[in-house]
Design a protein around this ligand. Structure first.
Ligand SMILES: *Cc1c(COP(=O)(O)O)cnc(C)c1O
Length: 485
């Protein structure tokens, strides 16, 4: 007998539609044909097409069941550090779906796109204000593409001065995309170690910064969830040797309305609208990584740029020093609508409050769990905290086992084994949208798991037990992926 559905209560199994189909089933009834029969092209017979025959119920159940396998931030806590999986208010989705926005065609002349252009223009101004920068391009489609844009801007800046530089300084806490973006642009990443407090020291930068170094990429707060408190002095050193400072703003959720990176030395920074400004992410949907720059880099920004001419908005290509175009048309417009709607509906005070709550929530978890889990850097954190499995290792229980066991308690696991500088890292980012009650449940679950690690470690090694899919062979999944289902 085949495996019965319902292996975990009412979360049902679901075969492929091809396995489910039965010859002769129909999902709809066509009206009687009133034209002559005309066979399909011979190469396109139903044999080669091989579509399953399905009833309406087959199809409805198939997709509804699959949708119930999803775990998302709308289902429960999703404390994935470094990713900012916060709740995205549905009103922003609704605005993006308005017919005038959703149906706008990028090839319409600007005279018929005034509303969309105005929104882009104003969003650029809002992001400039939030970051303390002077000009913005909304074109890049993701953080990583924003970084690449930033590297191209740095290159264009030096080139305009007739200077060639070959290196970029990158701290050991950086996201992997940082060195990749630098390398893609032809720069050699120079790695710098963080100090024992988990941040960059002025001395470490002074030692490596020289006239062959084009600049530095710094994430602030960094990927340990710590504020780079020496950044202002570091920026002065980099600037004094003719370099530029790139700020990776993926962690902006911690500092909205609190810190303007432009004021503490950044020349360029990207934001991830899909992390901080209300676009759901994680499933590979469209993103947006606007790049914000100081005045001296504005001439190099990608084209076309949205400009205001008396009472109308136009798209201008008239920037002879521009690095050119990075994306078809103007970027992912729907994401911009959501960010605009989010920022306007929150207002400056509430954006600031969101950051304060994100930091408060992370510090609450850090304080409540230290001792249960080993805290990598024992000092107040920003929006995320980083633990390790050091205290569980004597019981032969590792980070992965605890992460899997959390699923049995109904929580999406946190980010694991990142950042790389913490062995067996467990990186928790609760975000501002979790209530104290939910944080407490999560904390209780972590404590219960830590007890299990001492008393019944086998439970953890076999976790998850209550999920539809149990522990997977991750090596096989990576080496021999089964893409058919
Ligand atoms: C997510 C992230 C990135 C990359 O952003 P994408 O939009 O995923 O390309 C870069 N840096 C940091 C610190 C991040 O967290």
């Amino acid at each position: 007998m085949k495996e019965a559905p319902g292996i975990t209560g009412l979360i049902l199994n679901e075969p492929l539609l091809w396995e489910k189909g039965k010859k002769g089933r129909r999902g709809f009834s066509l009206p009687r044909r009133d034209v002559d029969f005309c066979p399909l092209d011979e190469n396109l017979t139903s044999k080669t097409l091989d579509f399953p025959d399905l009833s309406e119920v087959d199809v409805i159940r198939h997709y509804t069941r699959l949708s119930q396998w999803n775990f998302g931030v709308d289902t429960g806590m999703y404390p994935l550090g470094s990713c900012t999986m916060k709740y995205n208010p549905k009103i922003n989705e609704k605005q993006a779906r308005l017919q005038g926005f959703a149906g706008a065609h990028p090839l319409l002349p600007h005279t018929l796109s005034q509303g969309a252009l105005k929104l882009m223009f104003e969003l650029e101004r809002l992001l400039a204000e939030i970051t303390g920068m002077d000009a913005v391009s909304l074109q890049p489609a993701a953080g990583a593409q924003g970084e690449l844009t930033g590297m191209l801007l740095i290159h264009a800046f030096h080139k305009s001065k007739g200077i060639r530089r070959s290196k970029i300084i990158i701290p050991d806490t950086a996201h992997g995309t940082n060195p990749s973006s630098a390398a893609l642009c032809g720069y050699r990443p120079v790695h710098v170690k963080s100090n024992e407090q988990g941040v960059l020291s002025v001395e470490a930068i002074a030692e490596v910064m020289n006239e062959d170094t084009a600049g530095i990429m710094v994430t602030n707060p960094n990927t340990l969830g710590l504020f780079e408190k020496n950044l202002k002095e570091i920026a002065e050193i980099v600037h004094s040797k003719g370099g530029l400072v790139y700020g990776d703003g993926a962690n902006m959720n911690a500092i909205m309305g609190m810190v303007q990176m432009g004021q503490i030395g950044a020349d360029i920074m990207h934001l991830n609208l899909h992390k901080t400004f209300s676009t759901p992410h994680g499933g590979g949907g469209p993103g947006s990584g606007p790049v914000c720059v100081k005045k001296h880099l504005e001439p190099f920004l990608p084209v076309p740029r949205v400009a205001q001419e008396s009472d109308r908005y136009v798209l201008s290509e008239d920037f002879p020093e521009s690095i050119g175009r990075l994306h078809a048309f103007f970027g992912n417009f729907g994401v911009m609508v959501k960010a605009y709607s989010y920022i306007q509906s929150m207002g400056p005070d509430n954006l600031k409050k969101a950051s304060q709550l994100a930091v408060l929530n992370a510090n609450y978890i850090q304080e409540m769990l230290k001792g249960t889990l080993h805290l990598a850097y024992d000092r107040p954190c920003m929006h995320e905290c980083v633990f390790s499995d050091k205290l569980q290792q004597p019981h032969k229980v590792m980070t992965l086992d605890m992460a899997k066991r959390l699923m049995d308690y109904g929580f999406h696991p946190p980010t694991v084994y990142f950042p790389l500088i913490v062995n067996g890292a467990i990186m928790i980012e609760p975000t501002e949208t979790e209530s104290k009650e939910d944080l407490d449940l999560f904390i209780e679950a972590c404590k219960a798991i830590s007890n299990e690690a001492q008393q019944t470690p086998q439970l953890l090694l076999e976790a998850p037990q209550k999920c539809k899919v149990r522990r997977m062979d991750e090596t096989a999944a990576a080496r021999r992926p089964c893409l058919a289902g």
